[in-house]
Write a protein that binds this ligand. Structure first.
Ligand SMILES: Cc1ncc(COP(=O)(O)O)c(C=O)c1O
Length: 376
């Protein structure tokens, strides 16, 4: 038995995700980068984090990147930097990952949910205007699965009301809208480097991106106790800093991101061609070059389909099985009882198929054949 198999059990025939294939060609460079950090004499922030922040901002056409401990913290710190106060309202969607909403709650704000377009699974911009109120401080469009909300259009909906836009880019690295990268449209963008993401660390990590130098300074202050200068708190803050070892690893990986995303697109196109036509897909929005963090179809009878796919050696995921306004944690919120029919239907039906850049074409075809065999 191999070392990996001893630790993690036998590798399934087609797993949902496997970072080890990507590790192989980059291992020597990553170990050298980690060594550099160990020898540097700086284990918190410092040159490695700054170098990655510069490279990450440059990869997005400029601005300021601020490395933090996770995508969740990137959202929390973005809200703090924008001056969100307890009781303020933040408009978002209920079919996202829980952290989009837990971050809103961590700053004491109230999530206000709008439904999504059932074809793209993205925020329905037609519904946003009606959700805005006197206390609305921020709208968070979630670029779910690597698909992208039209943030330019959203900007026109919120215009003139002093409402900020924080793009949740956790799943959207490498996606573009009319040729512009996700994260360059809003006031601040929040990224996650969770290991499965299009650009993943080897542990937790995240970043904020903004073009506004003053906001960047506030983000930096909030991620470190609210400091302005040594041992002096100018504002409330937390401790959430991108680890230099993770920054060094991410610096090795970043130049490969465009080609990895291209590969995801090629695999998605192969899924498009190979899956039977009666299986509906969640589709790319207009003008979007999708980043395909996830490739998502819809099936009724999902539990049975998953079981039968597993029996054929095909692992799948569900992103996500519960609409957030229906979760116990949020039962006391005003929006808990509202009806969001498309978000709720997606929660019942979405199914994510295996997707990562090193996945082979043969594996995609095998998955598609298994789906054809089990989806009625
Ligand atoms: C849409 C979305 N937002 C936020 C997050 C939070 O990121 P993290 O897990 O790095 O805290 C994630 C990742 O899980 C996500 O998918």
């Amino acid at each position: 038995m191999t070392e990996a198999a001893k630790q993690d059990g036998p590798i399934p025939d087609v797993p949902m995700f496997d970072y080890r294939a990507q590790l192989k060609p980059l291992r020597a460079q990553m170990l050298a980068a980690i060594d550099r950090v160990l020898d540097s004499g700086t284990l918190i922030l410092g040159g490695e984090v700054e170098a990655f922040e510069r490279a990450f901002a440059e990869a997005h056409g400029g601005g300021h990147a601020v490395g933090v401990n996770s995508g969740t913290d990137a959202l929390v710190i973005a809200f703090l930097a924008l001056g969100v106060q307890p009781g303020d309202e933040i408009v978002t969607v209920a079919n996202t990952a829980v952290p989009t909403v837990s971050a809103i709650r961590m700053v004491g704000a109230m999530p206000v949910f709008v439904d999504v377009d059932p074809r793209t699974a993205l925020m329905d911009l037609e519904q946003v205007a009606a959700a805005l109120g006197k206390r609305t401080k921020v709208v968070v469009p979630v670029h779910l699965y690597g698909n992208m909300v039209d943030v330019d259009r959203l900007r026109t909906v919120v215009a003139g009301r002093g409402i900020a836009i924080v793009e949740d880019c956790a799943q959207a690295q490498g996606a573009t809208l009319r040729g512009r990268p996700a994260g360059t449209f809003g006031d601040i963008a929040a990224y996650s480097f969770y290991p499965t993401k299009n650009l993943g660390a080897y542990g937790d990590g995240g970043a904020c991106l903004t073009r506004d130098a003053q906001l960047a300074e506030r983000l930096r202050s909030h991620r470190m106790y609210g400091f302005a200068g040594a041992y002096y708190a100018e504002r409330d803050g937390i401790n959430s800093r991108l680890d230099p070892i993770q920054a060094a690893i991410l610096g090795v990986k970043l130049p490969h991101l465009p080609q990895w995303v291209e590969r995801r697109r090629a695999l998605a196109a192969l899924y498009d061609r190979s899956l039977p036509p009666h299986v509906p897909r969640v589709v790319a929005a207009a003008d979007v070059a999708h980043g395909y963090h996830l490739y998502v179809v819809r099936v009724a009878d999902r539990d049975r389909v998953r079981d039968e796919l597993r029996a054929r050696g095909v692992m799948t995921g569900v992103h996500y099985p519960h609409a957030i306004h229906r979760m116990r944690a949020y039962a006391a919120l005003p929006g808990a009882q509202q009806s969001l029919p498309h978000s709720e239907a997606l929660a019942r039906e979405v199914l994510s198929l295996p997707m990562w850049p090193e996945l082979g074409e043969d594996a995609v075809q095998r998955v598609a054949a298994a789906v054809a065999a089990v989806v009625r």
